[in-house]
Design a protein around this ligand. Sequence first.
Ligand SMILES: [Zn+2]
Length: 288
Amino acid sequence: MPARTAPHAHGQPIFGMRKTFISEVAPPPDLSGPAWWFGFHRNRLLLQQTDATFQVPCLERFEELGVSAGNRHYLGRYDGRACYAIDVLDASVPAHLDFQDLRQAHSGIDEDLFVLGGRAVQIVEWDRTHQYCGRCGTRNETKQDERAKRCPKCQLLSFPRLSPAIIVMVERDGKILLARSPHFPTKMYSVLAGFVEPGETIEECVAREIKEEVGITVDNIRYFASQPWPFPNSLMLGFTAEYAAGEIEVDGVEIAEAAWFSPDAMPAIPGRISISRRLIDYFLDTHG
Ligand SMILES: [Zn+2]
């Protein structure tokens, strides 16, 4: 991934690295010094206590931490320092170390390191679940020149899996469409979202998800921003859209309740970690 400055969608800053990250599969031979170690036991991030807070360990050798580790994966360079994803085998670690759910860690660690942690956990999980060929069961080989595994028998290639999903803020006469999933904490509402199906464009996906979940049609579908969402492997593609026709009719399965909300009567909404909140904030910002 090349260095990029944060672009803007509808005038809003969107997600992306603040400092330069260079994605690489193999470390340059002259790379030395402290590295960032993104260790995961299952999907929990290994953190090291520094002063009063827990941070992503940054040191020359992972072995210094005294933790039993499995496969490691070089990810690239962040601000000049090597980054590794590492599979931590043992849940019991020395007292100055701890594991945190990646979502929980978001509030305590640097935003860039959170994003890199999301990258790391997906590589570790992909490695864990692609040890054998999905077609013929032969043990896979790791490719040295790209992030992929290859079956030496039938040549099937396996890449890290990404599941694209849309997320959309629908507006009607100065009100925002928010819905509550049966899986949400009680009373929390958010914008609509859903996975892209094979064979459809993302714009078709936006229209289909809205129609399926709340029974209305929209127009003026516009791209907003994207966010990697490593829970477990989504890429969220954010859109805005305008109400066109129909009345709200929830499906009762994916959506328990849905309604139009005005800026001065908003329900409980998601936290700042996610693009759903950025979409809602964008609506609030543009409606006083
Ligand atoms: Zn095979």
